[in-house]
Ligand binder design. Structure first.
Ligand SMILES: [Zn+2]
Length: 130
Protein backbone atom coordinates (compact mmCIF):
# COMPACT_ATOMS: atom_id res chain seq x y z
CA UNK A 1 0.00 0.00 0.00
CA UNK A 2 2.92 2.37 0.51
CA UNK A 3 4.27 4.40 -2.34
CA UNK A 4 7.89 3.99 -3.23
CA UNK A 5 10.16 6.94 -2.62
CA UNK A 6 10.34 7.56 -6.37
CA UNK A 7 6.55 7.56 -6.64
CA UNK A 8 6.23 10.01 -3.74
CA UNK A 9 8.80 12.28 -5.32
CA UNK A 10 6.94 12.16 -8.62
CA UNK A 11 3.69 13.13 -6.93
CA UNK A 12 5.37 15.90 -4.94
CA UNK A 13 6.76 17.27 -8.21
CA UNK A 14 3.37 17.16 -9.93
CA UNK A 15 1.85 19.03 -6.99
CA UNK A 16 4.61 21.65 -7.19
CA UNK A 17 4.00 21.99 -10.92
CA UNK A 18 0.25 22.35 -10.38
CA UNK A 19 0.80 25.01 -7.75
CA UNK A 20 3.11 26.89 -10.07
CA UNK A 21 0.48 26.72 -12.79
CA UNK A 22 -2.20 28.14 -10.50
CA UNK A 23 0.14 30.86 -9.25
CA UNK A 24 1.00 31.84 -12.81
CA UNK A 25 -2.69 32.19 -13.54
CA UNK A 26 -3.05 34.37 -10.45
CA UNK A 27 -0.06 36.40 -11.60
CA UNK A 28 -1.61 36.88 -15.03
CA UNK A 29 -4.88 38.24 -13.72
CA UNK A 30 -3.98 39.62 -10.27
CA UNK A 31 -0.24 40.35 -10.25
CA UNK A 32 -0.43 42.14 -6.89
CA UNK A 33 -1.44 38.86 -5.24
CA UNK A 34 0.80 36.40 -7.04
CA UNK A 35 3.40 36.03 -4.31
CA UNK A 36 1.03 35.98 -1.36
CA UNK A 37 0.93 32.89 0.77
CA UNK A 38 -2.16 30.73 0.54
CA UNK A 39 -3.34 31.87 3.96
CA UNK A 40 -3.00 35.55 3.00
CA UNK A 41 -4.98 34.94 -0.17
CA UNK A 42 -7.72 33.41 1.94
CA UNK A 43 -7.63 36.63 3.95
CA UNK A 44 -8.10 38.72 0.81
CA UNK A 45 -11.17 36.73 -0.14
CA UNK A 46 -12.84 36.34 3.24
CA UNK A 47 -11.57 39.15 5.44
CA UNK A 48 -13.39 41.95 3.67
CA UNK A 49 -13.73 43.89 6.92
CA UNK A 50 -9.99 44.47 7.05
CA UNK A 51 -9.39 48.05 5.99
CA UNK A 52 -5.84 47.35 4.87
CA UNK A 53 -7.23 45.03 2.22
CA UNK A 54 -9.99 47.38 1.11
CA UNK A 55 -8.12 49.19 -1.65
CA UNK A 56 -6.62 45.98 -2.93
CA UNK A 57 -9.98 44.29 -3.10
CA UNK A 58 -11.34 46.71 -5.60
CA UNK A 59 -8.86 45.38 -8.10
CA UNK A 60 -9.42 41.74 -7.31
CA UNK A 61 -11.76 39.43 -9.13
CA UNK A 62 -13.14 37.52 -6.17
CA UNK A 63 -14.86 34.78 -8.07
CA UNK A 64 -11.71 34.02 -10.00
CA UNK A 65 -9.54 34.23 -6.89
CA UNK A 66 -11.85 31.89 -5.00
CA UNK A 67 -11.59 29.47 -7.89
CA UNK A 68 -7.79 29.54 -7.69
CA UNK A 69 -7.90 29.23 -3.92
CA UNK A 70 -9.91 26.04 -4.27
CA UNK A 71 -7.10 24.67 -6.42
CA UNK A 72 -4.42 25.74 -3.96
CA UNK A 73 -6.45 24.20 -1.14
CA UNK A 74 -6.71 20.91 -3.03
CA UNK A 75 -2.96 20.99 -3.65
CA UNK A 76 -2.24 21.68 0.04
CA UNK A 77 -4.57 18.86 1.06
CA UNK A 78 -2.89 16.46 -1.36
CA UNK A 79 0.53 17.47 0.03
CA UNK A 80 -0.65 16.75 3.56
CA UNK A 81 -1.97 13.37 2.43
CA UNK A 82 1.33 12.68 0.72
CA UNK A 83 3.29 13.63 3.86
CA UNK A 84 1.17 11.44 6.09
CA UNK A 85 1.36 8.53 3.66
CA UNK A 86 -2.39 8.54 3.07
CA UNK A 87 -2.40 9.88 -0.44
CA UNK A 88 -2.98 6.50 -2.02
CA UNK A 89 -5.73 5.24 0.26
CA UNK A 90 -9.32 5.90 -0.68
CA UNK A 91 -11.14 8.14 1.84
CA UNK A 92 -14.32 6.10 1.34
CA UNK A 93 -13.28 2.47 1.40
CA UNK A 94 -9.58 2.55 2.34
CA UNK A 95 -8.59 0.65 -0.79
CA UNK A 96 -5.47 1.61 -2.62
CA UNK A 97 -5.69 4.37 -5.22
CA UNK A 98 -3.49 3.25 -8.10
CA UNK A 99 -0.34 5.25 -8.70
CA UNK A 100 -1.33 5.72 -12.34
CA UNK A 101 -4.52 7.44 -11.25
CA UNK A 102 -2.70 9.59 -8.69
CA UNK A 103 -0.07 10.53 -11.22
CA UNK A 104 -2.71 11.69 -13.67
CA UNK A 105 -4.82 13.27 -10.95
CA UNK A 106 -2.90 14.01 -7.72
CA UNK A 107 -5.99 15.49 -6.03
CA UNK A 108 -7.76 12.16 -6.15
CA UNK A 109 -9.03 11.10 -2.73
CA UNK A 110 -11.13 8.15 -3.87
CA UNK A 111 -10.44 4.98 -5.78
CA UNK A 112 -12.01 4.78 -9.24
CA UNK A 113 -14.88 2.71 -7.90
CA UNK A 114 -15.84 5.14 -5.11
CA UNK A 115 -15.27 8.17 -7.34
CA UNK A 116 -17.70 6.80 -9.90
CA UNK A 117 -20.29 6.16 -7.20
CA UNK A 118 -19.69 9.59 -5.70
CA UNK A 119 -20.16 11.34 -9.03
CA UNK A 120 -23.37 9.41 -9.65
CA UNK A 121 -24.65 10.58 -6.26
CA UNK A 122 -23.32 14.12 -6.02
CA UNK A 123 -22.30 15.09 -9.55
CA UNK A 124 -18.73 15.71 -10.59
CA UNK A 125 -18.19 19.18 -9.14
CA UNK A 126 -16.53 17.61 -6.10
CA UNK A 127 -13.57 16.76 -8.31
CA UNK A 128 -11.65 19.99 -8.84
CA UNK A 129 -9.92 20.33 -12.16
CA UNK A 130 -7.47 22.94 -13.30
ZN1 LIG B 1 -12.76 3.44 -2.57
Amino acid sequence: MTLTRAQSTTLARSLDALEKEVREKIRASMPQLADQKYIDLVGVVYDSADEAMASMQEEVDHTLLEHYLEKLKAIEAARARLDSGEINSCIECGDEIGFKRLHAYPFATRCIHCQTLHEKTYGSEAAPRL
